[in-house]
Write a protein that binds this ligand. Structure first.
Ligand SMILES: Cc1ncc(COP(=O)(O)O)c(C=O)c1O
Length: 388
């Protein structure tokens, strides 16, 4: 039986066009882009053409795109370097309770170094309130880091409104767009975004490559210390074939294609919910299903069935989904996102799974998922009345 991959928020497979581009450039553009002879010049040309594609995709200028090793490095750089470069102006930072660890851990590190962080709460749908945001903003706030869309429940943050509010404030505005970049049109100028993180492997590109958009005028030293690559903003020899493959993935993911994917994933979500309901499965959606959320993520609570059992049984049925939480040494850590939405005592924390769609998923995959879940639920009902 063909395996079904439904964990695209974790990572996506590289598509054939992207693999072709990468292998071509591994043969043609393997030179060091910082060298002055023909091999280097050729690599540099491929690098700069790719940078142009990446810049265009968010309405940025080419010199505002700094190639990094992906979302984690981009987030770390934006947060830690901003804090240390601007500490004379204040030590206060605003974020949300449901950011990715790549944002939360650097913030915890800064707290240990005397910075103060406000974590905006979220409601049961994973949304923050602008009133809370305005109340948290202070004269000594130097950085606001708020994700564009959440990786566990797909809720979106009011990026445009926050950008408008911060236009006349000293705080720099960073957004982690790692999940949103492949699905939403992004315009850093219209939204007054100062820094934005992306990652290629979430949109069918290679892993360990991404970029940090740094608005012209955002100045801080390179986070990674070493050579003068990326106009002294990120040391280390660029992986030109991977950057070219990233640009290829981005060029396939046109605004029209993003819109098409959003609609298609919305249809998948509704189909799953309807299919499970029709078969009497006792479940609830974590968050909400609405057309303008990040539609590739669907988080479901299967009442009375532990995350571990559902995930393992689906794996045995050839379907890969996420437990929505980190699995360390056999123990499942509770999701901080679901905890922020429903409280630490909610059964949802230990009984939910995340299903996430990608460019290669078909309606047939969705049918297989529905059938498999129904079978698992009915089997468990027979064994022990559905209780774990
Ligand atoms: C919202 C978000 N931010 C950051 C990251 C980290 O990105 P990367 O895997 O490229 O380091 C992820 C990856 O899961 C993510 O979903």
């Amino acid at each position: 039986m063909k395996e079904v991959y439904l964990d695209n928020a974790a990572t996506t497979p590289m598509t054939p066009e992207v693999i072709d581009e990468m292998t071509t450039q591994m043969k043609d553009a393997w030179g060091n882009a910082s060298t002055g002879y023909s091999y280097g010049r050729n690599a540099k040309l491929v690098l700069e053409n790719s940078r142009h594609v990446l810049a265009q995709s968010i309405n940025a200028d080419d010199n505002e795109i700094v190639i990094t090793s992906g979302g984690t490095e981009s987030d770390n750089t934006a947060i830690i370097q901003t804090a240390f470069a601007r500490q004379k102006l204040g030590k206060h930072i605003i974020t949300t309770a449901i950011e990715h660890e790549a944002v939360l851990k650097p913030l915890h590190f800064l707290e240990e170094h005397g910075f103060e962080v406000t974590y905006l709460p979220v409601d049961e749908n994973g949304n923050i309130s602008l009133t809370d945001f305005k109340a948290a903003l202070r004269d000594d706030t130097i950085l606001v880091t708020i994700m564009s869309g959440n990786n566990e429940v797909g809720s979106r943050m009011p990026i445009h409104e926050i950008g408008e509010i911060l236009k006349d404030h000293q705080a720099w505005f960073h957004t982690d767009a790692v999940q949103a970049y492949g699905l939403l049109p992004i315009d850093v100028k219209a939204d007054h975004i100062d820094m934005l993180s992306t990652s290629a492997h979430k949109l069918n590109g290679p892993k360990m490559i991404g970029f940090l958009y740094r608005r012209d005028g955002i100045n801080f030293p390179s986070f990674i210390k070493g050579g003068d690559q990326e106009t002294k903003r990120r040391a280390g020899t660029e992986n030109v074939p991977a950057v070219a493959a990233f640009a290829k993935a981005v060029s396939i993911d046109t605004p029209e294609e993003k819109k098409r994917r959003q609609e298609r994933y919305y249809h998948f979500k509704k189909k799953i919910v309807q299919g499970l309901r029709d078969n009497g499965v006792d479940f609830d959606v974590n968050g909400e299903i609405k057309p303008d959320n990040l539609n590739h993520v669907l988080n479901l609570w299967f009442k009375g069935i532990s995350t571990y059992v559902m995930q393992t049984d689906l794996d045995l049925a050839g379907i890969a989904v996420s437990g929505g939480s980190a699995c360390t040494a056999g123990s499942i850590e509770p999701s901080h996102v679901l905890t922020a939405m429903y409280g630490a005592d909610s059964p949802r924390i230990s009984q939910s799974i995340r299903i996430s769609f990608g460019a290669l998923n078909t309606d047939e995959d969705i049918d297989k998922l529905i059938n498999a879940v129904v079978k698992i639920v009915n089997k468990l009902k027979k064994i022990n009345g559905g209780e774990e």
